[in-house]
Design a protein around this ligand. Structure first.
Ligand SMILES: [Zn+2]
Length: 596
């Protein structure tokens, strides 16, 4: 399929009524030139969601989401960019023009689409086979025995793979797919003798879908104990990466957004049992530990994750990595301690199980405190060697937390239990802190393939980021002077995100809000926020200059510190004099009314 021309996209945006589109999801009230209402993306009582009807932008000052009318439809209806444009074109009667895309890209897109269809058909075949075949009777019995009803099994598309070696191989080819395609999605594999056969046989099949509900792979549970691995997953393919997937996320995402948190469990049947019991914010990690990619994916959706995993067996290293990613994304990871030997699915099958599970989730302890408690509990404090080992184990956990009151509390707890001086424990923690070469306030790099980072709430911004945003918004409000400041701002003044916005504004001086980048949701959201800010907050030459000088001061301070680290004391002295002069200028700068 050819690409929609940029011109058509622009016409769709012109024709669409953003107030009408958004009003289907929340009540909007006019306030001056804009509309405000309760945010449809997060739970709130006082409105912080703002819609700018002329520029067709929205932004929530509470949770930080934002973009144009197309982005809103993408997010709210779970559509891709092209689908969102098509939907709006249809609704507002715009004829779309398409243009030829690069033949290679088109071939890749077509291949991907065919493979998606193939997986979708396979999932439908397995699901049908579960309910229709006599061979699957024992699977139906097993699932019923776990307390899972037909409704939830059908909703998740649970199926059954027949015991024959070639059902999918033959049917797939009959439907016009090649053996290469069947292998490409991991449904068929090649044996030692070179022949192909079905990867999944005699197994209960759980289709694993992405956030938009597309099947990317399967998990298969053995029906017999002599059948090899109890669980077999789709092998890693071009688009199935198990460590990045969250089982059930397509069905959980609305509940997750509403609850503001996700509950993470191990297995497929745990997810099904929780959803059946009305705990619909549950997703599965398909293993004993949550991976850093999964944490990153969730950080785009929530602030808090409750792990109902067997955290004891999850592996310290994996949990530490997850914790570090979570801390970098300002996300809380908590552990709901499950009773020994009981998984969530079993708990749901008991009377009052869902209430007990909810209570455990409410009482969940911070992951770090949980891990420290675990180490302390199994330490024989009578033995000095054991105490040393325990200290060596908890130090990196505490170091990963960053400076905080809760870390200080834990340090005291460790010192008391191991009968050590708290200052000595703190010394070990500091020694275990990784040396960061990153910039101040910069979040850790997103790992490849992870979802875009969650937009940051304005309350979480550092004063420098607030200043930088205020200045950039004023550059939009007063484009003439804005141009001058944009040319003076360098990467030493700005955070990485600020720099991306500045680059965008330099490249789109006339109309920053039209043609927002649709492949970079974070940037699009930020520009929407700044354009809305530029309409609302007073801008003046004085305020711009003052904000610029303050960013300049931060730049100098960074250079002073760097010169000191290099041992270049001459340069440091020169820079310090420059800073003194600047501080003096700032003190005497004209203050705009109502400035900070
Ligand atoms: Zn919001």
């Amino acid at each position: 399929m050819a690409l929609i021309s940029p011109d058509s996209v622009e016409r769709v945006k012109q024709a669409a009524d953003i107030v009408e589109v958004i009003s289907a999801h929340t009540d909007l009230r006019r306030q001056g030139a804009r509309y405000v209402g309760l945010c449809p993306f997060h739970e709130e009582r006082t409105p912080s969601f703002s819609v700018e009807p002329q520029e067709k932008l929205y932004h929530c000052f509470g949770c930080g989401v934002g973009g144009d009318v197309i982005k809103f439809v993408e997010e709210k209806d779970g559509l891709g960019f092209a689908e969102a444009v098509e939907m709006l074109a249809d609704r507002y009667g715009v004829e779309l023009e398409r243009e030829q895309e690069d033949p290679q890209a088109e071939a890749r897109r077509q291949r991907r689409r065919r493979l998606e269809q193939l997986l979708e058909r396979a999932a439908a075949f397995y699901a049908n086979y579960l309910w229709e075949s006599s061979e699957a009777a024992k699977a139906r019995e097993y699932l019923a025995g776990r307390g899972l009803g037909e409704e939830v099994l059908r909703a998740f598309g649970v199926g059954y793979a027949p015991s024959a070696w070639d059902k999918i191989l033959v049917r797939g080819q009959q439907a016009g797919f090649s053996v290469e395609e069947l292998r490409g999605v991991g449904l068929v594999q090649r044996g030692r003798s070179g022949g192909e056969y079905d990867r999944f046989r005699e197994r209960i099949m759980f289709p694993i879908r992405d956030r938009r509900g597309r099947v990317l792979g399967f998990g298969g549970r053995a029906m017999r104990s002599d059948q090899g691995a109890k669980y077999v997953n789709t092998a890693e393919t071009d688009f199935f990466h198990k460590s990045q997937m969250l089982y059930g996320v397509d069905r959980a995402k609305a509940a997750i957004a509403k609850a503001g948190r996700a509950v993470v469990v191990e297995g497929y049947t745990d997810v099904l049992a929780l959803h059946q019991a009305g705990i619909e914010e549950a997703v599965g990690v398909m293993g004993t530990a949550i991976t850093d990619d999964q944490v990153a994916a969730l950080s785009g959706m929530v602030d808090e994750v409750v792990l109902a995993l067997d955290a004891d067996s999850a592996g310290q290293e994996a949990m530490l990595r997850a914790q570090r990613v979570a801390a970098g994304r300002r996300m809380r990871l908590r552990v709901a301690a499950m009773p020994a030997g009981e998984d969530p699915a079993e708990m749901m099958a008991e009377d009052g199980g869902s209430e007990r599970f909810r209570a455990l989730s409410e009482q969940a302890e911070e992951l770090t405190a949980f891990q420290v408690g675990l180490v302390l509990a199994r330490t024989d404090v009578g033995s000095p060697i054991e105490r040393d080992r325990a200290l060596a184990e908890v130090a990196p956990v505490l170091a990963g937390m960053g400076e905080s009151a809760s870390r200080d509390d834990l340090v005291r707890r460790v010192a008391e239990r191991l009968d050590l001086d708290p200052a000595m424990v703190m010394g070990r923690v500091v020694a275990a802190t990784p040396v960061s070469g990153g910039r101040e306030g910069a979040p850790p790099e997103a790992s490849p393939g992870s979802e875009a980072p969650r937009p940051r709430r304005s309350a979480e911004l550092t004063s420098r980021e607030r200043r930088e945003r205020a200045l950039l918004a004023m550059c939009i409000a007063i484009p003439g002077e804005g141009k001058e400041y944009l040319s003076r701002l360098t990467d030493t003044h700005l955070s990485p995100t600020g720099l991306r916005v500045a680059t965008w504004l330099r490249e789109h001086p006339e109309d920053p809000a039209s043609n927002l980048p649709h492949d970079d949701g974070e940037l699009a959201g930020l520009i929407a926020e700044l354009v809305i800010m530029s309409r609302e907050e007073p801008a003046s030459h004085e305020a711009m200059e003052l904000n610029f000088l303050l960013l300049e001061q931060r730049r100098l301070e960074g250079e002073i510190a760097a010169a000191g680290e290099r041992g270049d004391y001459e340069r440091r002295a020169a820079l310090s004099r420059e800073r003194a002069a600047l501080v003096n200028r700032i003190a005497h700068a004209e203050r705009p009314a109502g400035s900070v």
